[in-house]
Design a protein around this ligand. Structure first.
Ligand code: ZN
Length: 294
């Protein structure tokens, strides 16, 4: 199974994209890395370029500890709100920033708010393929009120561009698709229910989470800093955060997880060197020394 983390800062990525990044994203991601290290588990970190630029030590630690760095875009703008050329630019820039800081080829992408749909598939997939990416993990199985996306699609466009789509896990409950394995579902459900649903699932599941979900002190600080926080978010986004870290411990003890890269693309694990670049069709962009210690 795959363990994935969308590295972003709640006030900046969810509340308002013009907000500055808080330092909490650093501490929260460190806490998630500690939990993974204690349980000897590797993961894929879909990281925003703005977080990587402000806290390069996070990228260095993620890579040093054998995890995968993948792209979550520049600053959490929705893909389906961009033009084709903006999508190309967004993906190219975010990949370059992560590769420059981490020194490892980026091969995966997840759209902020899972914001892709059939209308953007063509230029979205083209942009990923142009950057030499191997896979996407942006498809979420149901329209959720937070995301406001209707999803009807086939994966033919991904195949056409040589990309794998590792969509988020769901099960069918009473005729409806339920994406139970991560985010608010994991936070709100009792662990036994998550485990029960997981046990019904017969494929390679993809777990996802955000670093802020382990942050129990954030709500008090946010209320001081920002007025007019939508009530729906006060109700849904902060409830049961204290349960997440202990539930993660149980999840990691009960199941085996790894990163997308280790599971599907182990040949892409080496650091970027002039040698590996010469074998690809991409123009060499960066030559990297060893990542610094975090
Ligand atoms: Zn996100």
């Amino acid at each position: 199974m795959i363990f994935s983390v969308d590295v972003e800062d709640w006030p900046q990525s969810v509340l308002n994209r013009s907000n500055p990044l808080s330092d909490r994203v650093y501490a929260n991601t460190m806490q998630v890395l500690d939990i993974l290290a204690a349980n000897k588990t590797k993961a894929t970190f879909f990281t925003l370029a703005n977080v990587a630029e402000k806290f390069p030590a996070l990228i260095h630690r993620i890579i040093k500890e054998g995890h995968e760095v993948a792209s979550h875009g520049m600053s959490h703008g929705n893909i389906d709100a961009m033009t084709a050329s903006e999508v190309h630019q967004e993906i190219e820039q975010s990949v370059k920033i992560l590769e420059d800081i981490g020194g490892v080829k980026v091969i995966g992408y997840r759209a902020p708010n899972f914001s892709i749909n059939e209308d953007v598939f063509d230029y979205f997939c083209e942009a990923l393929a142009t950057q030499g990416l191997r896979y996407d993990s942006s498809l979420f199985s149901i329209p959720v009120w937070k995301y406001k996306i209707t999803k009807k699609y086939s994966l033919d466009t991904f195949t056409k561009f040589g990309l794998d789509e590792h969509y988020l896990t769901h099960i069918n409950v009473a005729g409806k698709k339920l994406p139970f394995f991560g985010g608010g579902y994991f936070r709100l459900f009792p662990y036994a229910l998550t485990k029960y649903f997981r046990d019904q699932y017969d494929k390679d599941a993809v777990f996802y989470m955000h670093p802020y979900e382990v942050d129990t002190g954030e709500l008090a600080e946010i209320k001081k800093l920002y007025k007019n926080i939508p009530k729906k978010w006060l109700i849904t986004q902060f409830v049961k955060r204290a349960s997440v870290a202990p539930k993660l411990e149980r999840l990691l003890q009960d199941f085996e997880f790894t990163s997308f890269k280790e599971n599907y693309y182990p040949e892409n694990s080496a650091a970027i060197t002039s040698n590996s670049l010469s074998q690809s069709t991409q123009q060499p962009r960066i030559i990297i020394d060893q990542p610094q210690a975090a």
